[in-house]
Design a protein around this ligand. Structure first.
Ligand code: GLN
Length: 232
């Protein structure tokens, strides 16, 4: 028999710790903005999903290898990625990259990073942002596998600063009670997040995602999700 779209279970690859977009809460449940959005869109469009929390790098690799159908992990929509075969959905959140340092470090601007070491998360927009600035400002880049180890490198003094998406940084510092402060003057341009597929054959899924995203924006569910994780 034919397998129709509604029979298929779509495998969605996600990051592991990327608060508040995806993380495991105190009850051991995998939650977050990305998780709630895909569940709401799936319910609206009537498709089945299998969420796999793999880590950023592994999630990208899984989608590239066809082991997962789509990447939903606060992925920044960039021209470079589009040129590399990433096909993005409509955007669902505006974000930007920013540096953070240890409280009291005296590092407030990019100029202050001369001779310093900056921790980045492998293959992220933040890593790319740091790479684009390191020669001009004379700092060194050290790569870490995930967000928590990157933050710990700065907390423990193995690096002088780190770079990540602003909402993740703000939430991670607050929830983890990290002794870090965001250096707002180091911010990048805004790049929105999108779900990504890397195989044209999954265009059908992208279309369903876009339709569902529009629907949950129109009916208030999207705002409720943002409010739940970002509301004051
Ligand atoms: N937004 C960043 C990027 O797209 C980081 C994503 C992540 O680490 N989950 O590279």
């Amino acid at each position: 028999a034919d397998t129709t779209a509604s029979d298929k279970t779509w495998v969605i690859a996600m990051d592991t710790v990327f608060r508040p977009f995806e993380y495991t809460d105190e009850n051991g449940d995998f939650v977050g903005i990305d998780v709630d959005i895909i569940k709401a869109v799936a319910a609206d469009q009537g498709f089945k999903i299998d969420i796999q929390s793999l880590g950023w790098d592994a999630a990208v690799t899984a989608v590239q290898a066809g082991q997962a159908d789509a990447l939903l992990a606060g992925a920044s929509i960039t021209d470079e990625r589009k040129a590399n075969g990433w096909i993005f959905s409509d955007s669902y959140y505006d974000s930007y990259q920013v540096f953070a340092t240890k409280t009291g470090s005296g590092i407030e601007t990019l100029e202050d990073l001369k001779g310093k070491t900056v921790a980045v998360k492998n293959a992220t927009a933040g890593a790319q942002y740091a790479e684009s600035l390191k020669d001009e400002y004379g700092f060194k880049v050290d790569t870490y596998e995930d967000s928590p180890t990157m933050y710990q490198a700065v907390v423990l003094g193995q690096a002088d600063a780190c770079v990540e998406d602003k909402p993740i940084m703000a939430d991670s510092i607050k929830s983890g009670n990290l002794d870090l402060v965001i250096a707002e003057s180091t911010a990048s341009d805004v790049a929105p997040y999108g779900l990504a597929i890397m195989n044209e054959k999954n265009q059908e899924f992208l279309d369903m995602f876009n339709a569902g995203l529009k629907e949950i924006k129109d009916n208030g569910t999207y705002d409720e999700i943002l409010d739940k994780y970002l509301g004051n």
